[in-house]
Design a binder for this molecule. Sequence first.
Ligand code: NAP
Length: 448
Amino acid sequence: MPVSIAIIGSGPAGFYTADALVKSCESCRIDIIERLPTPFGLIRGGVAPDHQTTKRITQKFEKTALLDEVSYYGNVEIGRDVTLQELRNLYDAVVLAVGAPNDRKLTIPGADKLGVHGSAAFVGWYNGHPDFQDLKPNLDVGAAAVIGNGNVAMDVARVLLRSAQGMAKSDLPDYARQAIHHAPINDVYMFGRRGPVEAKFTNVELREMGNLNETSPVVRAEQLPDSVEAAGANLSDRNRRLAERNLKVLREYSERGSKSKPKRVHFEFYAAPVEILGGNRVEGLRLERTRVVSGRAEGTGEFFEIDCGLVVAAIGYRSEPMDGAPYDEKRAIIPNDDGRVDDGLYAVGWIKRGPSGVISSNRSDGVVVAKFIHDDFDASFESSKTGRSGFEELLHSRGIRSVSYADWKKIDAMELKNATDPSPRQKFITVEDMLEALDGACNSKESA
Ligand code: NAP
């Protein structure tokens, strides 16, 4: 009997692991189990809708999904449909690739006011993720604040400011396209609690902000240190080079005029949010000026306020505990030894190491765990578990409708067909719509 492996989660971490397993394991059967009918996790629901080139990695993942030894089961939720313990009873190895789907919470006073959103929810909303299409943020505001200096903050600010023409080739769902392009937002403030040298956004994203049709970047020269050394930052060679490149771009922005374009993105450093202002709904943000001491932001006791009707906290993501698996509440990960969690249980991606790195950072997680599985189930191993057949029997006995990769390809084809040129795709935004569309596709084939 081949070694049976279940991977929970079909984002980059799950797919890179499947790919590494296929390459390292002579006799493996790999089942990728996903909560939504649609695969690819953050590639579909997190990567910005105007970053279509980044989404092309799904073509590589598709090659893995179509291999004989790999099967995909979408629309199956662990905890709701099947427990983790049941999967561990059915499979020799279970790999958790469930990511970090929740927002790190902003805990300042007023953070519960209407108009304050976490970036996981906000990004999910403009990406047509079924969990967030009811968010309906009020964008009828003149100014928005984005808290955080990471790439997600950069994505949110850019999506709010990019012109309709600049977004035309994106796969923004219609409701988000309408809301964003009718919004009177002319100013977006990006607040970093530390300085430009400590900012986590990458240079490509920073430069992209300087090339928007309708938006000027606004940077105050007095906030820019003369060099990375002058900022006193203790960085690795690589990070120093990256920070130097960012400083150079920010310096160039600080010398540009902001009058020629109707909208502005304000890069404000050394500014830690302390209170969301307003009644029920956000009307402004109060911040404290900071200085960076030994790499940490320290308040200076000087405060200032800005008016804004929308706040998006892009301060990082958090994983959630899973019944049947240990959980480190403080680090918000599953405690593991480089991916090993327990006998036959492994973790990869953000649930293993926290929400950091780029898509390809998940590749090495997959390789490490594939090696563990290769070593743990060597040639002499005789599997006594039912694996795929037992799993399918369980789904059938519970009346659970799973979505195969072939089904996903039908959904994919309909989304591509429903798009209005030059947008590449019109996403289905509820699970019900996806399943109904699949039923329609099957019926029309039967009656043809
Ligand atoms: P991130 O890179 O960790 O950035 C989080 C930001 O929030 C940091 O600037 C952090 O400041 C700030 N922050 C945290 N807590 C705060 C608080 N209480 N008050 C004020 N600011 C606070 O996280 P992310 O932007 O969510 O991105 C997650 C990962 O996805 C990153 O590795 C990112 O590079 C990746 N990603 C990549 C792309 C891309 O390649 N285009 C796009 C999106 C996401 P401190 O630094 O001071 O802690």
